[in-house]
Ligand binder design. Structure first.
Ligand code: APR
Length: 252
């Protein structure tokens, strides 16, 4: 309610070191589907095991590459929402701010966030499935990429298939990203978590690390999540609604 928002805003206004931790709910109001929301979540309509695992890519590279091309194309056709802009504003105002995201879209970057820590990689960083060389991002065509099969491009260096630059189930997170996120969480005085169900580890550890090291945790999410217990303040609302109100109240 109002008092919760005021409490969170006064902490935000005083914060010296902040971590903003985001999940798919951050991009929902831009029209990018989340994973686990009833009806609209991607995992309600697609089988994660068939699309988001190394085995799936090995078994049918064209199916997996085509699905990620569809997701990248969808992201290209959307725009950052007021929540993304509010996160960039927080980063500009808090002396030491680190943005850690589980999202693989580029909406934080397009909203002005300079260097989000991408725990789960990015749709815009494809790489060779064999030699790990970065590969170029295919240009978006005029026509939307339907969810059709598309053979992946070949690596310019070793001719192996190029893979999406995202972390699949069963894969390790990029060590440097995880280390940066844990270090930031362990040394912040405030962590704001936005739009994540808190179900997928080790990413979901980040808010708990912050709490363990004495930070205040504020959650922005319209629903209940696995992070409800670790949050000191729960702002029940959407990213594009709550974050701008929070910024406005913190720095009137
Ligand atoms: N504003 C804020 N939060 C929202 C909004 C919104 N407009 N709409 C939905 N949410 C919340 C939901 O209530 C839910 O808590 O966003 C959360 C989305 O949860 P998930 O779909 O599980 O997404 P996320 O937590 O980011 O998933 C984590 O799982 O599938 C893997 O690698 C994938 O990074 C992803 C990880």
């Amino acid at each position: 309610g109002e008092s919760e928002l005021r409490k969170a805003a006064s902490m935000l206004g005083r914060a010296e070191r902040i971590v903003v931790f985001t999940g798919a709910g951050m991009s929902a109001e831009s029209g990018v589907p989340t994973f686990r929301d009833a009806l609209t979540g991607l995992w309600q309509r697609y089988d994660a095991q068939q699309l988001a695992t190394p085995e799936a890519f090995h078994a049918d590279p064209a199916l997996v590459w085509g699905w990620y091309e569809w997701r990248r194309d969808l992201v290209r056709r959307t725009t950052p929402n007021a929540g993304h802009l509010a996160v960039a504003e927080i980063e500009a105002r808090v002396p030491h701010a680190v943005l850690v995201t589980q999202n693989v879209d580029d909406l934080h970057e397009r909203a002005g966030s300079a260097a989000p820590v991408h725990l789960h990689g990015s749709l815009f960083a494809p790489r060779c499935s064999a030699c790990d060389r970065p590969a170029s991002v295919p240009d978006g065509g005029a026509e939307p990429v339907g969810g059709r099969r598309l053979p992946p491009p070949r690596c310019a260096g070793c001719a192996a298939p190029v893979r999406p630059g995202v972390v699949w189930f069963g894969e390790a997170l990029p060590q440097s990203a995880l280390a940066a996120a844990v270090e930031a969480a362990a040394s912040c005085d405030l962590l704001v978590t936005v739009g994540t169900s808190g179900l997928v580890y080790p990413a979901a550890e980040i808010p708990q690390v912050a709490a363990r090291f004495g930070a205040t945790v504020v959650q922005v999410d319209p629903g209940e999540t696995a992070l409800d217990e670790v949050a000191d303040v729960n702002l029940r609302g959407t990213a594009a609604q709550v974050l701008p109100a929070l910024v406005e109240a913190a720095w009137p």
